[in-house]
Design a protein. Sequence first.
Length: 542
Amino acid sequence: MNKLAFLLLGILLTSSSGQKSELDDIRLVIFFSVDQMSPHLLNQYEPLYTGGFRWLIDHSIQFTNTHYEHGYTATGPGHFVMASGQHPGPNGILGNYWYDRELKHTVSCVEDTVSKVVGYEGDARSYRQINTNTIGDWLKNRHPDSKVYSVAGKDRSAAMMGGKHADLALYYNWRGSFITSSYYIDALPEWLIKYNKKLNAVSYRDSLWTRSLPFEVYDRYAHEDFLEGESDRYHSEPYSPVFPIGFDADASDKDVVEGFFGFPWMDRATIDLAKVIVHEEGLGQDKNPDILFVGLSATDAIVHDYGPNSHEAMDAMLKIDRCLKNLISTVEDVVGLENVFFVLTSDHGGLALPEYRQKMGLPGGRISRPERKTAIQDVFILLEKHYGSSNFVVNDGLGFYYDLGRMREMDIKKTDVDTIIRESVEKVTGIARVLTKDEIFSSHSGDTVLARLKNSFHPVKSPDLWILQKKYWVTKYPHGTGHGTPYDYDTHVPLLFSKAGQKKTIVSRKIMMVDIAPTIAAMLGINIPKGIDGVPITEMQK
């Protein structure tokens, strides 16, 4: 552990150390993040929960109007916010991936070109490139012997939650194993090797995902099982996105271990590994409070494919409910629930399938991928026509990046290029506006959409132009749904703080997700860094 880093961190912190904690008996904080869990997913099926969700809800202070206040709502930025208490853009977290002007290629938000994967194949990931600290780092500054672990299906979820000084961040490698990088450790713990061997993801080749409850229960709480717009996991049969769901008969081993990620089995495996960590690493066993972050990533793939109102999304939540019950029971036996504090939230919300919204008489649609592709191709054709070259503009996702130095050499006006791109892209059905970086940075708090986009932008790293889709339109095409906008349905997430003995309480006032980390810090009596965007939630200090 870097002692100098902790010393410098301590200098930046406020002087609140030594104050009595609101929860002096807490020895373990368990932080659950369920990927793309809109409030609908938690609330719609609440009457059916009998396990972990049931316990967490019944023993919670629940904040029903909680929002992210950044505009590009995705996994990397969301997990950064919940752990750091800061908006992502000013800290250089533009999304899950973005185009790096200096490197001239797309990079991951948890890129680590220095570290190596330990013991397995996969990508080395960590918090190395991020300069700010997280709740786990604040905790270790106050209690150096505290332990901070994170486990998730996605690498960006695990690394973002764990922070700079996590003892270990584990994530799925899409090859059948949970892995980590040499940023954290040099050799794998024996318990992880045993766990991966037992997991044996390739053995799920002949497994089928089936419903947990009778069909009629799903018909009562969700839309019909066959709905146009859902994705179909089977590729060698006619389109039929219904239960049961498995792998094609000719699926390769690679297909199976990669596809495993998109089934409820992935989240069960993550929760099972969290139980192993509690046991093997002795979490919550002394006066130094520990933190365990658990990121359930399969829900994102499932909701992307089938939508939040589907039989599949409903069943995924029911299966998580059962698995969380087992984890909570384990924690009760090992640590004692009176010594544990739980947080439940999500990294972003999401939108119902456009076809479902249309069926319900609500606005919504899909942005045609071919139409969008043609519009972008037209941009580069026009640039070539006007300037004899287009190599000063790069399109990456929803952004256009300019080589301003090259443009100056060619005496090209930025505003002229803006106009060419806007006139082409804004013709695409479902596109609201093409915004310049200057427009976003000059926005005021009265414009919620632009204010949120501003919190996703960095003055140097962000694109020069940004494509904003219309409200209730998705870029997923031709099936599935998505997120990533500054609209309320993507920023709105559940937030529960749960503890044994807590009476169920509902708070409806608006809360910002940047408030979570400082709230946990205040409750544990640890220092909160100056200059972060969030503040402790008042209701949690009573």
